[in-house]
Structures are given as C-alpha cells and as structure tokens.
Write a protein that binds this ligand. Structure first.
Ligand code: PRP
Ligand code: URA
Length: 210
C-alpha cells in the first residue's frame, strides 16, 4: 500500500479552519470541497490517459485525454458526499458509484446500508472518497467491495487519517495494490475511535446530526 501525505501550506491552512470547532457548516462544506480539489491533484497523478491528435491555431500536435473505460469515483456516504463535487470538477468525465456505510459507535464496526456500483470493475480506475480514516474499518470494507468486483487500481482520497487506521488498512488489504492520498496524518485515535486532534464527526459537521 502506498501512502502519500499531501503536506502543502494551502492544505494545512484550510485544514486548520476545518478543524476549528467554531467553523460553521456552510464554511465547513466549502472547505471540504476546496480541500478535495487540492487532494485530487495528487490523487489523480496516475490517472490513465491516451494520446490524441489535435490541431492548434498554429500547428498539429499530439496531446492526451482521459482513457476509456472512464474512471469511477466512489464517495462513501454520508461524509464522502461532501468531497464528490470537488472531485468531479477535476474529472468531469468520470462515472460515480455509491457506497453507504455507517460505523457503529459502540463496536466501531462499519455496516453497509447502500451499494450502487458497476458489477465489473476490471480495467476501471477507482477513486474512493472519505474524509476520515479512523480505525480504517470503513475504508477497508469499501475497498474490498471494489476488489471483489475485479478492481485492480484503487486510490483512496481522505482528508485526515489516524496512524492506527493506516496500519489496519494496510494489514487488511495486504497483497493488493492500493494507494491512499491524505491531507494529514494526525496523532492517534481516542477511546471513542475519534481522530485526535481531528475535526470531530465529519458527517455531522457537513450535514447536521441524524
Ligand atoms: C465516518 C467517516 C468514515 C468512518 C471512519 O463515517 O466518514 O466513513 O466514520 O471511521 P472508521 O475508519 O473507524 O471506519 P460515519 O460512519 O460516522 O458515517 P457518516 O459519514 O454517515 O457520518
Ligand atoms: N468519523 C469521523 O467523522 N470522525 C472521526 O474522528 C472518526 C470517525
């Protein structure tokens, strides 16, 4: 598993405002989208392209375009939905699949309540979006869904991760080629499975408490 921490001053600046308990939901939502655009720049570094011939006003030349089959973006509901718009702005030709997952706050085990993915993901580049990688249970389960459908090229883009969660995902997906791009790796998890210092419950801060 490859982990890339996108430590850029703009990302750290926006993350600081995102973490602040006084940041209201509308600002939080806007920041998640902006951070996604910055993280997508790193996360899509390996996106597959193919040559294309074009003619500029001056001369013919060869450029590139996003290759077929089109990439698949998979936000993990709810909180991953906040990252979707920022990602499709950069990759407008991509298709979007959905996974709904909720972590049991007692056991910290994820359950899947919704799944809308193509059956065959062989040859598809997949980009999984979830702002928080805490214990890693949700992300491991989400990536396993994709691997079971034949995906071989999976990149997860997260805003924050805990070191324990990164280790757990690596162990759970051993032997598979998976990349993770993350805005920051925080100190640890607390006794409730929350990232410290973190930003609290990302879904609640985006959309309010269910
Ligand atoms: C949050 C977050 C991740 C998960 C991370 O979602 O968006 O999906 O927790 O925790 P883990 O790494 O320990 O599995 P949550 O289950 O709270 O659902 P929500 O997005 O609907 O708020
Ligand atoms: N889910 C969140 O939204 N935040 C955390 O810190 C951990 C899990």
């Amino acid at each position: 598993m490859r982990v890339h921490v996108a430590d850029h001053p703009l990302i750290t600046h926006k993350l600081t405002v995102l973490r602040d308990v006084n940041t209201p939901s509308p600002v939080f939502r806007a920041l998640v989208e902006e951070l996604m655009t910055l993280l997508a720049y790193e996360g899509t570094r390996g996106v597959r392209v193919e040559p294309v011939d074009i003619v500029t006003p001056v001369a013919p030349t060869t450029g590139v375009r996003i290759a077929e089959p089109r990439p698949l973006i998979v936000p993990i509901l709810r909180a991953g939905l906040g990252m979707l718009e920022g990602m499709v702005k950069l990759l407008p030709s991509a298709e979007v699949g959905f996974l709904g997952m909720a972590r049991d706050e007692e056991t910290l085990e994820p359950t899947t309540y919704a799944e809308r993915l193509p059956d065959d993901l062989s040859d598809r580049q997949c980009f999984v979006l979830d702002p928080m990688l805490a214990t890693g249970g949700s992300l491991s389960a989400a990536i396993r869904f994709l691997l079971e459908r034949g995906a071989t090229d999976v990149t997860a883009i997260c805003i924050l991760a805990a070191p324990e969660g990164l280790t757990a995902v690596e162990q759970s997906l051993e032997g598979h080629e998976v990349s993770i791009v993350v805005g920051a790796v925080d100190e640890r998890l607390n006794e409730h499975g929350y990232i410290v210092p973190g930003l609290g419950d990302a879904g609640d801060r985006l959309y309010g408490t269910v």
